[in-house]
Write a protein that binds this ligand. Structure first.
Ligand SMILES: [Zn+2]
Length: 352
């Protein structure tokens, strides 16, 4: 199936790459990161179009369908096939890590959410590792996963980060969940971008489900979980994580210029999607903390079915109503789940 738009999200936001470039004392390194910001903007506008030779088409017969490719430091996609589904692990550590992490995300949606791959039709998930030169990012292009090796200084190789790969994988899921893409705005001559409350909801969907995937994989309840994403990609002096769902915008837990918000009263329509996503993230965290236990067991279904009802221009309030309705339908009005979801959206002041 062809995506209707190109890449809208990079795992490491532009603002964070710029921050790393500003902090770099090495002129060559600084310029390389700045070039990646420019390159990333151009990539958003280019839809990946490819015909993959030598691998099965998207048959959907098996529960897991993965193919990992080697972009070999280039930007042509997908690159050379390294490992297909059921192939044994090869010598490329990054390819094996990407294969394993994509497998965890696929398995989570299959066994916990009852969803067959990103499109719910068993689409084979392709990933290209070693993309670009010292590329400090990962993304879902609208059709496949692309993973860089990191810049060799501030950002480590991203293939090994389950949270980062799961976040990008979930952009594929929401792309198929919401026709036209949740908050995806396309203006002629401009790359597609995530805008407004719907765009923030799109980012939040990826954060919330990536966080759940991490917790599910580790067998952690809401108290034991760290609720961080990208806690494993920085070298220590550059930061601790990309985002915190438990404490959005707490720079002590994340990085120095993290400006995520968690209160709707602070939200402006012009806010970047990664800033505003702290609001629904914190609503989810609050609901999960209120319910206790394991986030994916009841709340995960409520969130997925709620977001399934959203449209391209839905608002935070739409998401609140949708998740509340699903909680009432599945668990009853006034149930613990219903009350927890309500408490979550109240805490962030989306509901009065
Ligand atoms: Zn994203």
């Amino acid at each position: 199936m062809r995506a209707r738009y190109g890449c809208v999200c990079f795992a490491v936001p532009k603002k964070l790459i710029q921050h790393l470039a500003d902090r770099s004392g090495d002129e060559g390194h600084k310029q390389m990161l700045q070039a990646q910001i420019t390159q990333s903007a151009a990539m958003r506008g280019t839809r990946a179009s490819k015909t993959v030779a030598g691998v099965a088409t998207n048959a959907g017969a098996k529960p897991l369908q993965r193919s990992v490719f080697d972009a070999a430091g280039q930007t042509f996609l997908p690159g050379k096939l390294l490992r297909d589904e059921d192939d044994p692990a090869g010598r490329d550590k990054d390819a094996n890590e990407a294969y394993d992490n994509l497998g965890i995300a696929l398995q989570f949606f299959s066994s916990v959410m009852g969803r067959n791959s990103v499109d719910n039709k068993g689409m084979r998930v392709d990933a290209s590792v070693h993309y670009g030169f010292h590329f400090a990012n990962a993304m879902w292009t609208g059709e496949q996963m692309v993973v860089g090796d990191g810049d060799g200084r501030a950002v480590k190789n991203l293939s090994g980060s389950l949270g980062i790969l799961a976040h990008e994988f979930c952009h594929g899921v929401s792309q198929h969940l919401v026709p036209g893409g949740l908050g995806v705005v396309q203006v002629a001559g401009m790359p597609p971008a995530l805008k407004g409350e719907a765009g923030a909801l799109n980012e939040s969907f990826s954060d919330v489900f990536a966080s759940m995937i991490k917790q599910w994989h580790a067998g952690q309840d809401v108290k034991a979980a760290d609720w961080l994403l990208g806690e494993d990609i920085f070298t220590p002096r550059e930061g601790r994580a990309v985002r915190s769902l438990k404490e959005p915008g707490n720079t002590k837990l994340t990085w120095r210029e993290d400006d995520q918000i968690r209160d709707y009263r602070q939200y402006k329509a012009t806010d970047d999607a990664h800033r505003g996503s702290g609001i629904p993230n914190y609503a989810f965290y609050t609901a999960a903390a209120e319910l206790e236990g394991k986030s994916w067991e009841t709340l995960g279904q409520v969130w997925l079915k709620g977001f399934d009802q959203l449209r391209a221009r839905s608002t935070f309030l739409d998401a609140a109503h949708a998740t509340l309705n699903v909680a009432a339908t599945l668990h009853g009005k006034g149930s613990g789940t219903h009350n927890a979801v309500k408490a979550g959206w109240k805490k962030v002041n989306v509901l009065a």
